[in-house]
Design a protein around this ligand. Structure first.
Ligand code: FES
Length: 368
């Protein structure tokens, strides 16, 4: 708040309204009544929680304008509003929630040029037994999808130099960061690794960006080059620069661990495409309130995986604690909240199954 605002506000509140007309007096009375009934009672907490669940963003129907084959088993989808109007702005690292035609919810990174205002591009690798990815690959141009967002769980910080490390489909959020670095004229190096060249989406586009944007692209694959040499990759990091890794959990974990030794003055950022490893997990027990059934949760498994053994239809989506799809009510017991989606008030009576656990070696009774 500015100093001018701080001085003016109290005087405005105390100002008499006796010389106001009947209309203004009625508005003033209504305002005081509202304040008494709502703002000065506990209802305000329920009506306006301090940290509401982050379901923000826009929700609307989008048309699949164009589908491109980007690599083996990878398709990109260009989405537009049906009326062609501009879409909500986004920043590199953002994702959208996509509800497939059968109602499955998944998050996909926006992987295009952030300055393109009239379309979003996402890319999907078809995975064996993947319900959502198979449905996406069956889509045809002209069909419609429900989308929500964009939201950003992997924001790109301003830095004088960027080292990007991408593995496979992990290139999708990194690609938009490369666009942003090019726009800003900032130096960047991208190390991009895949199983084989034919499995790696956006190679041609990245080569073009490196040529025009002044960055350095290093491409390697298992077939020709073998596994990534993490120490060699990290020689490209610069003190004070930013290091972004996205791809298989093992790659990101190795980059993180070695960067502490080889590039300690570089800031590390990552986004997982699969559940993050469980850290300091202790076994605990879940009791289902509706049936009284009890499930043992192992030290190295999530409550979600344990619940899905008994309830295979238990909802989930991101499996990383940021979408809220797996939230359940807690009837008894103290959770160890490890999510990024619930506010303090919600944490008093609910938890995410995908990442949160029991705070102590105890039983959690859940509203299941
Ligand atoms: S599945 Fe997204 S928060 Fe649990």
């Amino acid at each position: 708040m500015s100093a001018a605002t701080a001085r003016l506000t109290p005087r405005a509140v105390a100002e008499p309204v006796d010389d106001a007309g009947p209309g203004l007096r009625a508005i003033g009375a209504l305002s005081r009544l509202y304040s008494k009934l709502v703002a000065e009672t506990p209802a305000v907490t329920a009506l306006s929680p301090a940290r509401p669940r982050r379901r923000g963003g826009f929700e609307f129907e989008a048309v699949v304008d164009r589908i491109e084959r980007e690599a083996d088993d990878v398709r990109s989808f260009l989405l537009r509003r049906p009326d062609g109007a501009a879409l909500p702005a986004w920043r590199p690292g953002a994702h959208i929630d996509v509800t497939t035609t059968s109602g499955v919810l998944r998050q996909y990174s926006l992987s295009g040029n952030p300055v393109a205002a009239d379309c979003y591009r996402i890319a999907v690798r078809r995975v064996v037994d993947g319900t959502a990815s198979s449905e996406m690959h069956r889509l045809r141009e002209g069909e419609r999808l429900r989308i929500r967002g964009p939201r950003n769980a992997f924001p790109m910080a301003r830095a004088p130099h960027y080292l990007f490390v991408a593995g496979g489909i992990g290139i999708t959020p990194i690609l938009s960061m490369v666009y942003a670095a090019c726009h800003q004229g900032l130096p960047w190096v991208l190390y991009y690794h895949g199983r084989s060249r034919s499995s790696m989406p956006f190679l041609g586009e990245l080569e073009g960006l490196a040529e025009r944007g002044g960055g350095t692209l290093i491409v390697a694959d298992d077939d020709v080059d073998g596994p990534p040499g993490i120490d060699a990759i990290l020689t490209h990091a610069k003190p004070g620069g930013a290091l972004y890794a996205c791809g298989p959990a093992g790659l990101s974990a190795a980059v993180r661990a070695r960067s502490r030794v080889i590039a300690p003055n570089t800031t590390f950022h990552t986004e997982y495409f699969s559940p993050p490893p469980i850290v300091d997990g202790e076994p605990f027990e879940i009791a289902m309130q509706s049936t009284g059934e009890r499930i043992a949760v192992g030290a190295h498994e999530s409550a979600l995986d344990a619940v899905r053994r008994l309830r295979p239809d238990q909802a989930y989506s991101c499996r990383q604690g940021f979408c809220g799809a797996c939230v359940v009510g807690v009837v008894d017991g103290q959770p160890d909240h490890r999510d990024r989606v619930l506010g303090d008030i919600e944490r008093g009576s609910a938890m995410t199954l995908c990442v949160s656990r029991a705070a102590l070696d105890e039983t959690l009774t859940l509203d299941l």
